[in-house]
Write a protein that binds this ligand. Structure first.
Ligand code: NAG
Ligand code: NAG
Length: 366
């Protein structure tokens, strides 16, 4: 036992140690910087490196010991078969990991922006919202996301104080803590979102008096964990900015498929909100090779390999897993596993898809 006297004497050193402990804990938590690991140029997007991104650590990141602040998982989706099978897999892994140690996952909602219920409403908790009025999305369906969030936040009763914005091609691979805990939203840095390289365009939506374009985070809306009141402020602006960007031919051409990501980044900056960038939020096979301590597998890129286990990106592989092979309906159960030599991230993804599809009733009838 340590006597009172000793405690008194030891306390300055103790405080220093505690201080250092917090420093390292915070430092580790925030080590999402961002080295140049990208070996390819996925999806025809500009290649690039993370090294030009700056990690901004807001001054008042705090840890509040002992409180568990849950976040609500909000998955925006349509009723297209392509979206449905992904949502079912996503929800399966949410249920499996939700109550594991380290998870701060609360409730789950599929925010269905097709305007009417579909046949999954008994399987997955669902909130139906309206799509944009006909023609407004100009064929760019993801413009419906901000509008979906605006409606859901306004009309739904959400118990949790934080929201995770998720997408159908996400699967939880490790229990996800509330990375946004402490009031600063958490986001994943995308190497191809480069506001500083599009200054002229960004300035149409983010006027100079708001500050430097470097205030704009290299992110999209997902994955992001954010406090509900902040998202309630950002969502209408996000919708407005995305519609104005789509309306402006130069911006539409420059941003293409990632326009709505830029719109979220700009909208949050317009509200003075900065995100803490977490490189470990997500991994993206086939570029990220290992699962490690990352939380979400994002299977947006095709995984093509020859039988020697070599990546043949952009060329259909002898073995492949690509979500786009299943545009019209779900993949079959029990997909063949990749050949030896294929990275852990890809093997794990296929095993997780197989486990989900084996356990979801009536899988192939969807
Ligand atoms: C966006 O907001 C501006 C100013 O608040 C408004 O004038 C404009 O009509 C809005 N645009 C859209 C597409 O909602
Ligand atoms: C899955 O497929 C493999 C062959 O690829 C087969 O050996 C195995 O029995 C199948 N498992 C189930 C549960 O159908």
């Amino acid at each position: 036992m340590i006597g009172r006297k000793n405690v008194g004497r030891a306390s300055p050193l103790f405080l220093v140690l505690v201080g250092l402990g917090f420093f390292f804990a915070t430092y580790n938590l925030l080590t999402m910087v961002i080295h140049n690991r990208w070996k390819g140029v996925p999806d025809g997007l500009d290649g690039g490196s993370f090294s030009d991104l700056m990690l901004r650590m807001p001054e008042n990141v705090k840890t509040t010991e002992g409180t568990k602040l849950l976040f609500h998982v909000a998955l925006t989706a349509t009723d297209a078969p392509y979206n449905k099978w992904q949502c079912r897999i996503m929800y399966y892994w949410y249920k499996k990991l939700k109550d594991l140690p380290g998870s701060d996952m609360g409730g789950f909602t599929r925010v269905l922006h097709s305007g009417s219920p579909d046949n999954l409403i008994d399987e997955i908790p669902t909130f139906v919202v309206d799509p944009l009025p006909a023609g407004l999305d100009r064929g760019y369906i993801v413009l419906n996301r901000p509008w979906a969030f605006v409606q859901w936040l306004e009309k739904a009763t959400i118990d949790e104080e934080y929201i995770l914005m998720a997408e159908p091609d996400h699967v939880f691979v490790n229990p996800l803590p509330n990375l946004g805990h402490g009031g600063h939203p958490a986001a994943y840095p995308f190497f191809y979102i480069k506001p500083a390289q599009h200054e002229k365009i960004i300035r149409k939506f983010y006027p100079e008096e708001k500050g430097p374009v470097t205030n704009i985070d290299p992110i999209g809306n997902s994955p992001v964990i954010i406090k509900k009141p902040l998202l309630e402020k950002i969502a209408p602006t996000w919708m407005n900015v995305s519609l104005r960007m789509k309306d402006d031919p130069e911006t539409d051409k420059a941003f293409g498929w990632v326009l709505e990501m830029y719109a979220y980044a700009v909208a949050s900056a317009l509200h003075g909100v900065q995100h803490v960038l977490h490189k470990d939020f997500m991994l993206q096979p086939p570029w990220d090779l290992e699962i490690g301590k990352k939380f979400i597998i994002h299977y947006t890129y095709g995984c093509d390999y020859n039988m020697k286990g070599e990546l043949t990106y952009g060329k259909i592989g002898e073995w492949r897993f690509d979500k786009r092979s299943y545009l019209g309906g779900p993949p079959p159960r029990n997909l063949s596993l990749p050949p030896p030599g294929v990275p852990e991230s890809v093997v794990k993804l296929v095993k997780m898809v197989n486990e989900a599809t084996a356990n979801i009733p009536d899988w192939e009838t969807e």
